[in-house]
Design a protein around this ligand. Structure first.
Ligand code: CO
Length: 137
């Protein structure tokens, strides 16, 4: 069911420092910071040949990343994102098989303007999993 690894998201306490590390120390191509107020994050995309890393920093008061950084002050992996062809079908199959979809279970428009949903980390060995519908691939 799952396809390619779309991205790995890392919550970072200092976005400038983290960006500089990926750019200068690791020699990766990094984007400018993009503020996504509707998602409560500022994100920098690190473009790799085969996938992306997203450096996430909280934006605003109700950021989903704030609580994570309180628990992990030096930052850490926040989620991984797999591509799927059909999110509705994936969601139906997963919930029928006992996996928990976060929120109301309905796909939302994610940070890339495509439908996404998140699966409960407790069902996946402590890893928050995002599924993104990438149609036409
Ligand atoms: Co993501």
């Amino acid at each position: 069911m799952i396809g390619r690894l779309n991205h790995i998201a890392i919550a970072v306490p200092d976005l400038k420092k983290a960006t500089a590390k990926y750019r200068d120390l690791l020699g990766a191509e990094v984007s400018l910071p993009q503020s996504l107020p509707q998602h409560g994050v500022t994100v920098v995309f690190v473009q790799l040949d085969n996938t992306k890393i997203e450096l996430l920093h909280p934006l605003g008061e109700h950021s989903p990343v704030s609580g994570f950084l309180e628990k992990h002050p030096s930052g850490g992996m926040h989620h991984i994102c797999f591509e799927v062809d059909d999110l509705e079908t994936a969601s139906r199959k997963l919930t029928a098989d006992g996996a928990r979809v976060l929120g109301d279970g309905k796909p939302k428009i994610g940070a890339h303007g495509l439908p996404v949903l998140f699966l409960h980390p407790k069902d996946f060995d402590g890893t928050l999993i995002e599924l993104e519908e990438v149609s036409g691939t």
